[in-house]
Design a protein around this ligand. Sequence first.
Ligand code: SF4
Length: 344
Amino acid sequence: MKRLSFDDAMKMYDMEFFDLAELADAKRKSLHGKKTYFNSNRHINPTNVCKDVCKFCAYSASRKNPHQYTMEHEEILEIVKNAHARGITEVHIVSAHNPTAGLDWYMGAFKKIKAAYPDIHIKALTAAEVNFLAQQYDKSYDEILDMMIDSGVDSMPGGGAEIFDEKVRDYICKGKVTSDQWIEIHKKWHQRGKKSNVTMLFGHVENRAHRIDHMMRIRDLQDETGGFNCFIPLVYQTENNFLNVKEHITANEILRTMAMSRLVLDNVPNLKAYWVTSTVNLALISQEFGANDMDGTIEKESINSAAGANSANGVQFDEFVQLIKNSGFTPVERDSSYNELKVW
Ligand code: SF4
């Protein structure tokens, strides 16, 4: 299939539902067959104290979350120790923008984890956090990115991308990293030979055109660097925030968006159905609409569960494998770089 233009993609979004699924599935199969990847990971959100005020956020203590916390390094290490004993291969560390914790608090945690558990892949610091740290501590992006590498960070998560359209972005998260800054940070990270992911928050006040525009900007950077492992559409969670979107996006529109992601992003190898925001059932169905990755067991998650997602305690490993098998796909445990560890 030829590369889709913006107009092609807008037309295709409206196709008959199962015809669209078939196209996305064909693309998925050409890349991954029936394999669905997942990993055994632990999400850690070490602080919810934030200087920013994104309207959609239910996690930050400066928004609607009354439970403010900042973990000590010892607490973070204890979590990693226990998760490591259970066999996780990755820690996924994302925080709010805490202006008083200090740069050493952020970097020191990575250093200590790497020193104690060199085999664990550290995926940490979104581009929004990199931008915050650079501004807060008067550093360049290059300096922060080099510090991350020196401290043991292996890859960057895709958070903070939200929606790149400037008007929507201004409305939902004014003051946070801009779209151009987000792209610049990932470009610099990729130029260091490092990989990252990229997200898109949808189902709030944006429309289809904004989503396609978002995907096209990612596709352009990927053509240049090839540094994105995975695209992760995140379904907006409606509870406990100031955006006040009353109607939840429909399952039909979520699945169409998954399919369009697979078709527009012809150069990003993996498409993740992030069950935390879509529900496990819809993530499983997303496998028929182009998705080939189900993230992981997660174990514990604080950001989306604060906004109503049913993800606070993750999913058991065996159950996860069985769910993928029962849906007719082949569960493949992977590491953070998509090397296959075990076909179940
Ligand atoms: S989304 Fe992140 S940056 Fe925005 S208010 Fe919440 S924690 Fe802060």
